[in-house]
Ligand binder design. Structure first.
Ligand code: ACO
Length: 433
């Protein structure tokens, strides 16, 4: 345990027995009570489904203060990092410090040189049905990288771990673009190493061999910022999945594939699609009061999608940057009069002044504006979660790498509150009533 301080103790009383539990302080944020010896001392487990009060690990990567609306990567506020570029954020998350100019150039070169995937991967894609969801293709193809790159699956070797990390940051966008092209029946577009990360991705998604493709710099900048905003988010469901898979010693490609599978769910990566759908269903500004009324009626089960967050009980700092990015993209693509934007702006204004949302601390989250933005860039909704996966790959791999370097890391193995049958005897089928 590397956490600072261990001067405080918590006392847990069970009947007339007292158990002393050490309390550790992090560099910022809430203290934690160490219950790792609880079972040995009391024969009891703790119970916390959904991990609402449980810290699953130590980490030095990302810090969230949900009440204050703060998000820090390696100590740097997200608003400040959004002024740089995505690969700078990748370097920071992976290595812990911002790169010097020389380190940055070297890192950019190394990522750029790994963007191509093995040519046999194109044949692997042919096995999918034409209408395969791009996330299904992502789960399979990222996992399949382990079959192509045996030389970077020895997790005990730091050099191989770093090569695997670079390969994933570089190749996941290529696979994501291939998944998109495959789903629309267009030929794959090879990466172009002279382009920056986001421009290259846009080109791989939207260029066709029969025409020149010019990257719109506003859209490339916006996408780069969207990648920064989604790069890491502490011990969320998919990151915990990556750590859980990695705790058994599984190879990094398989672990990231597990993270992508978890991200696919609508409660995690799929919320921006739901927010966009909601805006379309509302349709016009005059229908907002009726919609808000339905949201407040508990029997309706309707939620204001893109609002509320398990951790943020204040404005999600990423939502502000996303709102600004949304306006820039809509202006650059001539969609500034998009009726969905009008609905979003008005909906946000009304919700932020409504007692229902204020008293429950419900604020816009990053998904409120990201669906409209991605749609305006040209992505279909089936690609929204894929883009999230492209951005989050660096967070997953940084968290995985941190875990592997932890000297005493253990396999992730929670216990349970068993509510099934007690021991009973087997009866052969012909004797059962
Ligand atoms: N619209 C209306 N009411 C809401 C909303 C919402 N979006 N979110 C929460 N509430 C209400 C609940 O009904 C509840 O009210 P009550 O106290 O009267 O019963 C109260 O606020 C607390 O809600 P919980 O569900 O307990 O809050 P929790 O922290 O578990 O949920 C969640 C967080 C799942 C994100 C929720 O706010 C939600 O469903 N939001 C909409 C979906 C969404 O935008 N998800 C994206 C999350 S960000 C991300 O994954 C990148």
């Amino acid at each position: 345990m590397a956490a600072t301080g261990n001067t405080k103790q918590a006392t847990l009383k069970i009947d007339d027995k007292s158990v002393e539990l050490p309390i550790y302080s992090g560099s910022v944020g809430p203290d934690v009570i160490d219950i790792s010896k609880l079972y040995g001392q009391t024969g009891m487990f703790t119970y916390d489904p959904g991990f609402t009060s449980t810290a699953s690990c130590e980490s030095k990567i990302t810090y969230i203060d949900g009440d204050a609306g703060v998000l820090l990567y390696r100590g740097y506020p997200i608003e400040q990092l959004a002024q740089g570029d995505f690969l700078e954020t990748c370097y920071l998350l992976l290595y812990g410090e911002l790169p010097t100019a020389t380190q940055k150039k070297d890192f950019d070169d190394r990522i750029t040189k790994h963007t191509m995937v093995h040519e046999q991967m194109a044949r692997f894609f042919q096995g999918f049905r034409r209408d395969a969801h791009p996330m299904a293709v992502m789960v399979a193809s990222v996992g399949a990288l382990a079959a192509f790159y045996h030389d970077s699956t020895d997790i005990s070797d730091p050099k191989q771990r770093m090569i695997a990390s670079m390969r994933m940051i570089a190749k996941v966008p290529t696979l994501a673009a291939m998944a998109y092209k495959y789903s629309i029946g267009q030929p794959f577009v090879y990466p172009k190493n002279s382009l920056d990360y986001a421009s290259n991705f846009l080109r791989m998604c939207f260029a066709v061999p029969c025409e020149e493709y010019e990257v719109n710099p506003v859209l490339a900048k916006a996408l780069d910022r969207i990648f920064i905003l989604h790069a890491d988010h502490e011990q969320n469901a998919s990151t915990s999945t990556v750590r859980g898979a990695g705790s058994s010693g599984a190879n990094p490609f398989a672990c990231i594939a597990a993270g992508i599978a978890c991200l696919w769910g609508p409660a995690h990566g799929g919320a921006n699609e739901a927010a966009l759908q909601m805006l379309a269903e509302i349709g016009t500004v005059d229908r907002i009061p009726e919609f808000i009324k339905a949201v407040k009626d508990k029997s309706s089960k309707i939620r204001l999608m893109g609002f509320g967050h398990r951790v943020y009980k204040n404005y999600d700092p990423r939502a502000k940057l996303m709102q600004q990015t949304c306006h820039e993209v809509l202006a650059a693509t001539g969609h500034q009069n998009d009726p969905l934007l009008k609905v979003a702006v008005e909906l946000e204004k009304i919700a932020l002044s409504d007692e229902y949302f204020i008293s429950r601390k419900l604020y816009p989250n990053v998904d409120f504006y990201s669906g409209i933005t991605l749609k305006a860039i040209g992505f279909p909704t089936s690609m929204f979660t894929v883009l999230f996966a492209v951005a989050r790959t660096v967070g997953w791999i940084s968290q995985w790498s941190e875990m592997i370097q932890e000297p005493n890391y253990k396999i992730s193995r929670p216990r349970q509150l068993y509510l099934g049958s007690e021991k009973r005897d087997y009866i052969p089928v012909d004797k059962r009533g």
